[in-house]
Design a protein around this ligand. Structure first.
Ligand code: ARG
Length: 470
């Protein structure tokens, strides 16, 4: 085994770790993706060590030049990660020190514990921003469809039974609400990430005269006024994994939203519903049945929700009952969050692509929404306007439904005298409630599916998105 393998912590050991232990304990196979963040942390840390007089200007410059070369090599895929050095931090330090002897001073006044906590905070800030951008794209797609299809009405469902008429726009903008709440959750995670733990050391800081604020500033951990934000308790700073939970939670909730949109689209694209046609590019065929076009993208989106919830559960179980401060269990914190971040990102792209290419089948929607039973609740309102108490009005409308069923006629075709026989408040005009256009015009309140209300809902969304708001 290479001699330098033990350069970091080998001093007190008389035996090399077993090959099996190396294989078991390495994390570079998954934390090497933090390499560029780790280089940034190394840059800031060495600049800080120089500022406080621990490194000379020459040493700092040599380290920075070495870090630049290393960055180049990483970007060009020239760095080979070695599990003998366990993790990304030790791999980078080893490679750098071979090139720049002064790098032997780089790990002064820090530990991998505050280093990994810092790397991960940089990762979270980036990934939250990237996810937010994709959420914005998805919202744009939803709002575009809403604008284009705002004339199309279709039945809204409760219990998966036809309930009341709504518009395609109103239905799709319900998803927009969900995804805009996701933006708020990711923004909160990004804000929580924006505090620098560097300088917390292994758990109890350092005796050396470091400048935590300077390092934080270098790394962009600053508030709106540019003031550095540093963590307040060294023990918490290196063992805290709340941010991991917050992020994984935001991903899991977003996944639930994917699954709900996906389920609606799966239903809507069946022959039985037939409200939409999903784009070929996001469907697959059957290896056996030539006629099949399966909504695989939507089914996978529904399935990914399980995985995102699983990742959150993994993290919860991992941190529960862990004593302060660092315990090696915590190395297992990265695969679930990386997976959640990656999956949410690709899910957002797929969902935006699939919805963007989806066709609304206006004719099937029109047929389905012309079912007069969707407006029986409006009959209740008609009676209420004539001062019939709601409970009684509800009962009477129910009787009308029953009557139509027994007589096997459409409810709006029941003869007036039969209707009048139920209650004196029914007038000749009673069947006008089944005029769909009129019914939609009456739903004028904020947040309702009436034409005017939806128009303003769509306008509002357009404005907010154009102004970069969520
Ligand atoms: N690779 C380690 C992790 O991700 C870095 C911290 C190691 N610290 C330690 N005391 N062994 O958790």
């Amino acid at each position: 085994m290479a001699n330098d393998q033990h350069a970091t912590w080998g001093g007190r050991f008389s035996e090399e770790p077993a090959e099996l232990m190396l294989k078991f304990s390495e994390s570079v196979s998954f934390d090497s993706r933090l390499a560029l963040y780790d280089l940034r942390v190394n840059r800031a840390h060495s600049a800080m060590l120089c500022k406080v007089g621990i490194l000379s200007d020459e040493e700092r410059d040599a380290i920075h030049a070495g870090l630049d070369r290393l960055e180049n090599d990483i970007r060009n895929g020239k760095v080979e990660w070695d599990i003998r050095y366990e993790d990304v931090h030790m791999n980078l330090e080893q490679i750098l020190t071979r090139d720049v002897p002064a790098a032997a001073k780089l790990h002064t006044a820090r530990s991998r514990n505050d280093q990994i906590a810092t790397d991960m905070r940089l990762y979270f800030k980036d990934v939250c921003r990237a996810i937010d951008e994709r959420l914005a794209v998805l919202l744009n797609v939803l709002v575009e469809i809403a604008e284009r299809e705002r004339e199309v009405l279709l039945p809204g469902y409760t219990h998966l039974q036809r309930a009341q008429p709504v518009s395609v726009a109103h239905h799709l903008l319900a998803y927009a609400e969900m995804f805009s709440r996701d933006r708020v959750r990711f923004a909160a995670a990004a804000d929580a990430a924006n505090v620098c733990p560097l300088g917390s050391g292994a758990l109890a800081g350092t005796t050396l005269p470091i400048d935590r604020e300077f390092a934080a500033e270098q790394l962009g951990f600053v508030d709106a006024d540019g003031k550095p934000r540093v963590t307040r308790n060294s023990m918490d700073a290196i063992s805290d994994r709340d941010l991991f939970l917050d992020f994984a939670q935001a991903c899991a909730v977003c996944g639930v939203h994917f699954s709900r949109v996906a389920e609606d689209m799966i239903l809507w694209s069946t022959r039985e519903f037939g409200f939409v046609e999903l784009p070929d590019a996001f469907c697959t065929g059957s290896s056996l049945m030539p006629q099949k076009k399966n909504p695989d993208a939507m089914e996978l989106l529904r399935g990914k929700a399980a995985r995102l919830q699983g990742n959150l559960q993994t993290l919860f179980t991992m941190v529960k009952g862990l004593p302060l401060t660092y315990n090696r269990d915590l190395q297992e914190d990265k695969p679930p969050v990386f997976d959640s971040g990656d999956q949410v990102s690709i899910c957002l792209e797929v969902l935006a692509g699939a919805l963007g290419g989806m066709k609304v089948k206006a004719e099937t929607c029109r047929k389905a929404v012309s079912d007069p039973l969707l407006l029986v609740t409006d009959v209740v309102d008609y009676l209420v306007r004539k001062d019939v108490p709601f409970r009684e009005a509800h009962h009477l409308a129910g009787k009308l439904v029953r009557m139509a069923e027994v007589e096997n006629v459409a409810i709006d075709r029941l003869p007036f005298d039969r209707v009048k026989s139920l209650h004196d408040s029914f007038d000749e005009d009673w069947a006008a409630v089944f005029d769909l256009e009129r019914a939609m015009e009456k739903r004028t309140g904020a947040g309702m599916p009436g034409r005017e209300a939806v128009e303003s809902e769509v306008r509002d969304w357009r404005e907010r998105l154009d102004h970069g708001e969520s």
